[in-house]
Every structure is written in C-alpha cells, then in structure tokens.
Design a protein around this ligand. Structure first.
Ligand code: OGA
Ligand code: MN
Length: 290
C-alpha cells in the first residue's frame, strides 16, 4: 500500500491527499482512501497525471462503476471508455465534447433519480478556465444536524421525487418530455432523510430542487417545504469551494454531499473526465453476507 497523508482542508468539509498517484493505486490504498472519504466526504488530489484507462482502473478499485447518465445529446461522450462521462463546454466539429456547457450547475447529487444512485464519483481536470467554474460541495450531515426541530419532525418519514428528466445545468435529457406538473416528475422516490447503514448517522437527501415533489402533500405544501429545506442548505457553514487547476482530481461521497458549479466564460475551454462508483466493493461484501 502507498504511504500518503490526509490533510483536512480549512473548510467545513474535505481533505487533501498528498503523496499519492491516483492513477496507480492498489486495493489496500483504495480501501484506505474510502475510509478517508467517509470521514471527510470530499478528497482532493493535486498535480495528477491520469490516463483515461487509469481513471477507469483506479475507480474500479473502489467498486462497480456506473454508466454516465443519459445526456441531452443521446450518445456517450467518451467512445473508448463509455464509463467515463465528459463534463465540458468544448464543441468539436459542431458537436459538444461533453455535458453541462458553461452555465451554472445547480446544487445536486449525481444520478439520484436512480433507485440505487452512485456512492461516489471522481472528477479529473484536464482543461480549466482562468476564472469561474468553481465547484462547491455541501455536507448534508451538518445540514441535517442544524435543521430546526420543527423541520426535522416535518420531514421524518417523507420522500421526494428526484427528477430524471433534466441535468443539473437545466438541459432536458434526450427522450424525456417537458414536465408540466411536478406530481408527474419521473425519477426515483427517496426518503428526505438518509440514514448511513454503517454509522446510523442521518443526512438530508435532497437530490435537486427543480421539479422535485414530496408525495402526499399538495403541490403548494410540497414547494413550501422543499423551498425551506433548500434555503437551509445553501449556507457557507456547510460547504467548501474548490478552485480548479489542471491535474486536480476530486472524489466525493455522492449520497452525503450536494455539489454545484459556477458558470464560466463560454469562450474558455473546460474539460473534465468523470467516473461514478455505483457500489463500493465493501458494500457488496456486506449485502452478500447478509
Ligand atoms: C459532475 C458535476 C461539476 C463541475 O461532474 O457531476 O456536477 O464542476 N460537475 O464540472
Ligand atoms: Mn454533478
């Protein structure tokens, strides 16, 4: 196993991992990183040089990979490694090289419209703009703990719909109709409170605000409750901000943090490669034993 150091960031969550080549890790290193991830929720690796094949191989040390979400353009961005999602505003030969464009990506967790959303993701920066395009991560354990008692009581036992029809940049995915009534939003229903199976700790689990709906409530009541929750989480006491450099890789724990991205100059070029880990190998061992 490699020797590396984990230094907490001077922010409400996150840690920097130093002394590690993320493109070359063995199983025991992955297990130690997973442990650090469960503690800090976001891990930053700087000055990395990771080939696409290495990104896939290292990600697969942690668990089973997910295919990227359906994108607005209807075909995988990465032809050689379809497990890799390309997040980019670059247009090549008239075709988008990646997803999400140059606009803001609103607070969200990835692919939570699935019954089993990815546990974690790794995002690796190949090209970044000089300014803008910062990414923020908000700790949903802290957000839950800080909820007023009445809101905690109000959300207990309730679920929300996590919209599958649009991406976090507000673009409709190919094959989906526009939603006119949030009660008909397509996507998984998840409890608003997620309980970590290992620790029993509670986190808010919100997914994304647009087109969300709390079944059992009127649309007006649901909007009122969701607006209160989303106003609560957008608080610098709960989030960190990452300003990207080329060669940075971020790994995040997708079910306990939300992330969002600032817009940037559409003429600048930003290109990131991302993998998503559906299940950790250790989670599978647990379910296999049960
Ligand atoms: C993602 C995402 C934000 C960014 O890859 O899931 O939301 O900073 N990316 O590109
Ligand atoms: Mn995302």
């Amino acid at each position: 196993m490699s020797n590396f150091t984990v230094l907490p960031l001077p922010q409400p969550l996150g840690a920097e991992v130093r002394g590690l080549d993320l493109g070359n890790i063995d199983d025991s290193t992955a297990a130690a990183l997973q442990q650090a991830l469960s503690q800090y929720l976001v891990l930053l690796f700087r000055n990395q040089t990771i080939s696409d094949a290495q990104l896939v191989a290292s990600s697969a040390r942690f668990g089973i990979l997910d295919e990227p979400a359906p994108n607005p353009f209807g075909e995988p961005f990465h032809k050689v490694h379809p497990e890799i999602n390309v997040i980019s505003n670059i247009v090549q030969d008239g075709k988008p090289a990646g997803n999400l464009g140059a606009g803001e990506a609103v607070w969200h967790a990835d692919m939570t419209y699935q019954e089993t959303p990815p546990r974690a993701a790794i995002l690796y920066a190949l090209q970044v703009p000089e300014a803008g395009g910062n990414t923020y991560f908000a700790d949903m354990y802290r957000a839950y703990d800080a909820l007023p008692a009445d809101l905690k009581a109000e959300i207990e036992g309730k679920t929300a719909i996590h919209d599958s029809s649009h991406n976090s940049a507000g673009m409709r995915r190919k094959g989906y109709a526009e939603i006119t009534d949030v009660r008909e939003t397509p996507g998984a229903h998840h409890p608003l409170v997620r309980i970590d199976p290992a620790t029993g700790r509670k986190a808010l689990f919100l997914g994304r605000r647009p087109r969300s709906y709390v079944p059992g409530l009127s649309v007006a009541e649901s909007d009122r409750l969701l607006d209160r929750l989303w106003a609560h989480i957008d608080n610098p006491e709960f989030y960190m901000c990452h300003e990207w450099q080329v060669g940075d890789a971020l790994m995040w724990s997708n079910l306990e943090v939300l992330h969002r991205r600032d817009s940037f100059d559409a003429d600048a070029q930003r290109r990131m490669h991302r993998t998503q880990i559906r299940r950790f190998h250790s989670d599978q061992d647990v379910s296999a034993a049960a």
